[in-house]
Design a binder for this molecule. Structure first.
Ligand SMILES: Nc1nc2c(c(=O)[nH]1)N[C@H]1C(S)=C(S)[C@@H](COP(=O)(O)O)O[C@H]1N2
Ligand SMILES: [Mo]
Length: 217
């Protein structure tokens, strides 16, 4: 075995690295955005508006949220009945399939778990379909809708949701791409068989896990 030839060592590079170690270079002591960004995403500060281009006009007095299908207690909430459900806050990140993510959104509204306790899905119910006032639809397994961070939101960062972002009530499903989070929510149907929604029938992934980069089917 031959000895390493010390004269070939890059002394300059070694000195530089030793200096970096003394300086603590690249140590920031902070968790970087990268740890919170799913693959292919970039963080944004502003909150973009994305939809089909139709912003429905919703009269608050005639607004209803219909809960139907495979539930023990179907419901038609008007705004005051909806607001009488238990209120919660939850902080989460938004991941949009168009590659932006927005961290630390403070939502207020009704947790999906609290709604489920009220309407009591039957054991046959396996999926939920969301229908919105602009005609948009999207679908989720009941298991995904039952996560503790899912809510029907009325407020964002302490303020009532704006109409372009889905007022009076939108869905927020943080662990999925944001197209699963229906704005201007009108109806939730509990069903036994999955039924792909607007984007799910147009080439988008049915599951939509951003960490697995399930953008397209
Ligand atoms: N009712 C309704 N909900 C919707 C949509 C829509 O067109 N109509 N677009 C979806 C898509 S593709 C995205 S990315 C998010 C955008 O929500 P934002 O405009 O509040 O950012 O809403 C989702 N929910
Ligand atoms: Mo989207």
């Amino acid at each position: 075995m031959s000895q390493p030839d010390d004269t070939l060592r890059n002394e300059k590079l070694i000195r530089t690295k030793e200096q970096w170690a003394r300086d603590g270079r690249l140590l920031t002591g902070t968790i970087t955005a990268k740890d919170r960004l799913p693959p292919g995403q970039r963080a944004v500060e502003t909150w973009p508006v994305l939809d089909l281009g139709i912003t429905p006009t919703i009269d608050p007095t005639s607004w209803r949220l219909e809960i139907g299908g495979l539930v023990q207690r179907p419901a038609s909430f008007d705004l005051s009945a909806f607001n009488a459900l238990p209120q919660s806050v939850a902080r989460s990140d938004i991941h949009c399939v168009t590659s932006w993510s927005r961290f630390d959104n403070d939502w207020q509204g009704v947790l999906a778990t609290d709604l489920l306790a009220d309407v009591k899905p039957l054991s046959k119910a396996r999926f939920v379909l969301f229908e919105a006032y602009d005609g948009y639809t999207t679908n989720l397994p009941l298991d995904a809708f039952s996560q503790s961070d899912v809510l029907l939101a009325t407020h964002w960062q302490g303020q009532p949701l704006s109409v372009p972002h889905g007022a009076p009530v939108r869905v927020v499903v943080p662990q999925h791409y944001f197209w699963k989070s229906a704005k201007w929510l009108r109806r939730i149907q509990f069903v036994a068989t999955d039924q792909p929604g607007f984007w799910e029938t147009r080439g988008y992934h049915n599951v939509a896990d951003p960490w697995a980069e399930q953008r397209y089917s």
